[in-house]
Design a protein around this ligand. Structure first.
Ligand SMILES: Nc1ncnc2c1ncn2[C@@H]1O[C@H](COP(=O)(O)OP(=O)(O)OP(=O)(O)O)[C@@H](O)[C@H]1O
Length: 246
């Protein structure tokens, strides 16, 4: 019998405070390879903070957090190495305006992974195809719609060949029709087996794409389960949250 693959992310009683404000109050959560986990909850419940801890943008104050085999609680983590394995995509696309789409995508593979120019361009072509933007390699960000820019940001993350990608409210700045095209890209990645953690306000999306939905409330994992739990909440808090249409 084969044992299940070790989790890529393992939160064990993780705590995080900003000064006197304790934002994470003992989070325990595993993310297995190929799993898609959606973090949902009210504003301020700690979703983004939890996500940002995973690639070392925030350091935890208590508990244990292991990501791609690295113990982030044990001090001395090589963040550059960690971020080769863990991509993150934000609400704001953060593309360099003076670089073409292709240059934006090849920058990190060339500088961080030390990949040669020709190979980096091949990778750019591959990941642009993945997000449906092959014809935009030579365009500049300002020539693209918000949805297209966000897809380039996803392609840039994919170009590093990460083991895990984090999405932090990546559609919040987009109109509904542009939101759909970005969500389709994420759905495709999910089908292809990419491990992902996403913070989202898109309940229908969380329900359809995630294997596991994690409802966070007041810095805790309040309720967790498959997408179907959104139709059948156990706790009053999740029922209210779903009912509020947020
Ligand atoms: N760098 C920081 N310094 C101080 N307080 C912070 C910092 N980052 C987050 N916070 C606070 O931590 C709390 C949780 O924030 P977080 O962004 O994790 O919530 P969230 O659930 O993702 O909310 P939203 O849906 O609004 O993004 C908030 O009260 C926020 O103001």
């Amino acid at each position: 019998m084969t044992s299940p693959a070790a989790p890529l992310v393992r939160f064990k009683n993780v705590e995080k405070s900003f000064g006197a404000l304790q934002v994470l109050k003992g989070i325990t959560l595993d993310v297995a390879p190929g799993q898609v986990v959606a973090l949902i909850g009210r504003s301020g419940s700690g979703k983004s903070t939890a996500l940002r801890c995973v690639n070392g943008l925030e350091m935890i104050n208590g508990g244990e957090l292991e990501v791609c085999g690295r113990k982030l609680h044990a001090g001395k983590v090589d963040l550059l190495e960690l971020r080769k394995d863990v991509g993150i995509v934000f609400q704001s696309y953060n593309l360099f305006p003076h670089l073409t789409v292709e240059e934006n995508i090849t920058l990190a593979p060339r500088k961080v992974r030390r990949i040669g120019k020709a190979e980096a361009r091949d990778i750019a072509a591959e990941v642009l195809e993945e997000v449906g933007l092959s014809e935009k390699a030579q365009a500049y960000p300002e020539q693209l719609s918000g949805g297209q820019q966000q897809r380039v940001a996803i392609a840039r993350s994919l170009a590093m060949r990460p083991k895990l990608i984090l999405f932090d409210e990546v559609t919040s700045a987009l109109d509904p029709e542009l939101t759909g095209e970005v969500l389709k890209v994420i759905e495709r990645l999910a089908r292809e087996g990419m491990t992902m953690m996403l913070v989202t306000h898109e309940m229908a999306f969380a329900r359809s794409v995630a294997n596991t939905v994690v409802f966070m409330h007041r810095g805790r994992v309040w309720e967790t389960g498959p997408g179907a739990m959104l139709s059948n909440p156990v706790t009053d808090e999740l029922r209210q949250f779903v009912g509020s249409g947020l």
